[in-house]
Design a protein around this ligand. Structure first.
Ligand code: DGJ
Length: 731
């Protein structure tokens, strides 16, 4: 329903729409956007601008939201729009804008005033609120969207910007969302990284001014910084206490998230596509839709916020989030580029011997004129290499079937090596500055996905693989280079490059998903250089990092788990790190389990252990993949790290415990408290994944949930038992 609310009297508005309130005297419109625990309350002011008057726990009586602004006696807001729902620039706003425009006549000012709202209940749990804002002087319209998932407390915000002027309007900045928070203090947990060092957290108090999280890398956009963060209100939230807001931009390209602590000590968050080198020219009648910014707010600490976000991702965002996942053997680290059909056929037998579901053939299977025997050549030439694979992939797929294992394949279709037939044939498809020397990242360049012909090419790389091999069961989609020397031979307006690259990528992924809706695909980017919910709608899982040292992974997977569910995290057992095979396998089991080892070189006990662990994983993976995740002991603060997964029915759980400190006599001296159990239920603890020849030191005994959560359990982690997995089963 669409309402122009300016003229309505309050009583009628309240009767018609319980969530809309209108003050009859001031003509203020108040819009509370409520989820299970929270409310984001918007209100128009005396100049008809829409502001955020509240973001916090929801109140029982909606009318009381009206009284919130008067409860604050902060310094004067000279602008009158400091709390803008979508801050403009060039008029009264003096703070970081969400939108900056140059109108057709060259004027740089914008004022957005409230026009109307519309609400739709999409299903029992999901609502969509649309608010129309317009400039009273210029014909520019902005629609704000707030999509809420009630049970999960998740909100997505995005905008549509429409040019109704007679000439072009240039959008100098076009963020997705604005939020405005009030608290005594704010603490930011942000992440930085590099290759093999993804998701390194840093937490600090936010000081006055602007803290910017951003990327200008174009493709592998998260290499140095991912588009996710947390803000704790008043004091740093702990796992189970404190108010904390998680934010994430659903976008696989350049992003910019500004956190501005202003003169009134309030925090403004503006998040969206990075406007760096990207003013967007909006033609008359054209609409630009910005990507979604998601947020979740919890008042029970980081743990609850993460469980809400994980549940939302599984239920609504991640492809096949409610499904299961295949275990696999990957050949990247066991062969690198050095393989042939005979070797791969042996690996297919190893896959069966190991007991995993699928064999994943990695990089190096393609290109003939410039064979892909190392990372200097061949990218772009997606024909099977005739000397390595004289009978093509088809023979491997059918050999896999013969062995009862499925077959998956690696691709990197957005990229090209200068040493390739593709580059020779289509230099105009390559992102490069025509008048400057080329500069390479991993000896390669990025294809210009703004060009529809290139989009067709990339789609066809995947489509041809499936057409020729209908039984292909898995794709690993890699993306190893960033964008240097951004220039598209296809575009007339170079400022559109970064935006249209990602739009082109999504359009290809949409086509792939239309034709192949269910095939599992891993989102990989030279490790975790591209992990975001924009891409994860098309992928079933992501590759967190090339760093698979299990000790490092305990820390990294811990941080990823705040934002992404275990089902989406591909964890492989490799030869990285110094820990024993059991430790490496236990760590990899905390998500989607895979292996990248030389199976034929495993000794009998190691092989027996792997087979047994895979059987355990198959039996209990539903708990890991679909369960609620509870962080029991943080590896950063304890010698023993502990992570628990609990089925929503609270009848089965799995607890992983690791020694993460090798100093003398470190171990689980004190019990570790479980979380989430039914206090009255009795649970039996059984140790899983025992290495052959060892016995458990855990007593075969049952305890009440109350005991396990109040006193705790002791996994008996010590130097001789560095990794302990416990099954928790209701009796
Ligand atoms: C980078 C990925 O992260 C690795 O897993 C592997 O697939 C290589 N690329 C192959 O070139």
């Amino acid at each position: 329903m669409q309402k122009n609310t300016r003229g309505l009297i309050g009583i009628a508005a309240i009767t018609l729409l319980s969530f809309l309130q209108q003050d009859v005297f001031s003509q203020k419109v108040t819009i509370p956007i409520e989820t299970q625990h929270n409310a984001l309350v918007l209100q128009t002011n005396a100049t008809n601008n829409l502001g955020i008057i509240y973001l916090g726990p929801k109140l029982s009586d909606k009318i009381e939201y009206e009284a919130i602004p008067a409860a604050y006696k902060q310094t004067t807001d000279y602008t009158g729009v400091a709390n803008a729902a979508y801050a403009t620039s060039g008029s009264r706003n003096l703070f970081e804008p969400a939108i900056t425009v140059t109108h057709a006549d060259g004027n740089n000012s914008l004022d957005l005033q409230y026009v109307s709202y519309e609400t739709k209940k999409l299903d029992d749990n999901t609502s969509l609120l649309t608010i129309v804002l317009k400039d009273p002087v210029y014909e520019l319209e902005v629609k704000l969207f707030y999509k809420t998932w009630y049970n999960e407390d998740v909100t997505e915000q995005w905008t549509e910007i429409k040019n109704n002027e007679k000439g072009n309007v240039v959008l100098q900045k076009y963020a997705s969302a604005g939020l405005y928070l009030k608290a005594d203090n704010f603490y930011l947990r942000q992440y930085h990284g590099d290759w093999a060092k993804e998701m390194q957290p840093e937490e600090s108090r936010i000081t006055h001014g602007i803290k910017t999280l951003d990327s200008k890398l174009g493709t592998r956009a998260d290499l140095f910084q991912p588009p996710v963060f947390m803000v704790s209100l008043n004091k740093p939230a702990t796992e189970d206490e404190g108010s904390v807001l998680y934010g994430a931009l659903e976008w696989s390209g350049n992003f910019k998230i500004d956190l501005e602590l202003d003169n009134q000590d309030n925090l403004r968050i503006i998040a969206g596509v990075n406007n760096h080198a990207s003013p967007y020219t909006l033609k008359p009648g054209e609409v630009l839709t910005t990507p979604a910014f998601l947020s979740v707010l919890s008042h029970k600490g980081k743990g609850e916020a993460s469980r809400q976000l994980q549940a939302w991702a599984r239920n609504y965002k991640l492809l096949d989030g409610k499904g299961t996942r295949l275990t696999l053997l990957n050949n990247w680290e066991s062969t690198y580029f050095d393989f042939n059909e005979t070797k791969l056929k042996a690996l297919l037998k190893d896959t069966k011997e190991l007991g995993v579901d699928l064999f994943l053939l990695d990089d190096g299977w393609f290109a003939n004129k410039y064979p892909r025997n190392d990372d200097h050549a061949g990218l772009g030439d997606w024909q099977e290499n005739k000397s390595k694979l004289p009978n093509g992939i088809a023979t491997l797929v059918s050999e896999g079937q013969h062995n009862g294992v499925r077959f998956g394949i690696w691709v990197e279709p957005e990229m090209v090596n200068p040493k390739s037939e593709l580059y020779e044939k289509h230099p105009d498809w390559v992102v490069r500055q025509p008048k400057r020397p080329e500069y390479y990242f991993r000896n390669q360049l990025v294809l210009d996905l703004t060009n529809p012909q290139v989009q067709d090419f990339v789609f066809n790389v995947i489509d041809n693989l499936f057409t020729k091999n209908p039984n292909l069961a898995y794709i690993k989609w890699d993306c190893n280079a960033v964008v240097y020397n951004a220039y598209s031979a296809h575009l007339t307006n170079q400022s559109h490059f970064y935006l249209q690259y990602v739009q082109g990528l999504y359009s290809v992924l949409q086509r792939i998903r239309k034709k192949y809706p269910t095939v599992p695909m891993m989102l990989c980017s030279g490790g975790g250089g591209r992990v975001d919910y924009g891409a994860l709608q098309y992928f079933t899982e992501f590759w967190p990092s090339d760093n698979t040292d299990p000790l490092e992974r305990i820390f990294m997977q811990w941080e990823y788990s705040y934002f992404y569910p275990a089902i989406s995290s591909s964890n492989h057992v490799t030869d990285w790190g110094k820990q024993p095979l059991k430790y490496r396998t236990d760590v990899a089991m905390m998500g989607k389990l895979g292996f990248d080892i030389v199976v034929s070189k495993l000794n009998a006990s190691d092989l027996e252990f792997c087979r047994y662990a895979i059987k355990n994983y198959d039996a209990f993976k539903y708990v890991i993949l679909q369960g609620d995740q509870y962080r029991l002991q943080d590896p950063r603060d304890n010698a023993v790290a502990a992570m628990m997964y609990l089925n929503p029915d609270k009848r089965s759980g799995i607890v992983f415990n690791y020694l993460v400190n090798n100093r003398y006599d470190e171990g689980s001296a004190r019990p570790i408290k479980m979380k989430g159990l039914d206090p009255r239920q009795r649970y039996r603890l059984t140790e899983l994944n025992l290495y052959p020849g060892t016995t458990s030191t855990i007593a075969d005994k049952s305890y009440t949930g109350e005991f396990l959560m109040t006193v705790g359990y002791n996994p008996d982690v010590k130097a001789s038992r560095t990794s302990v997995v416990l099954l928790v089963k209701a009796e």
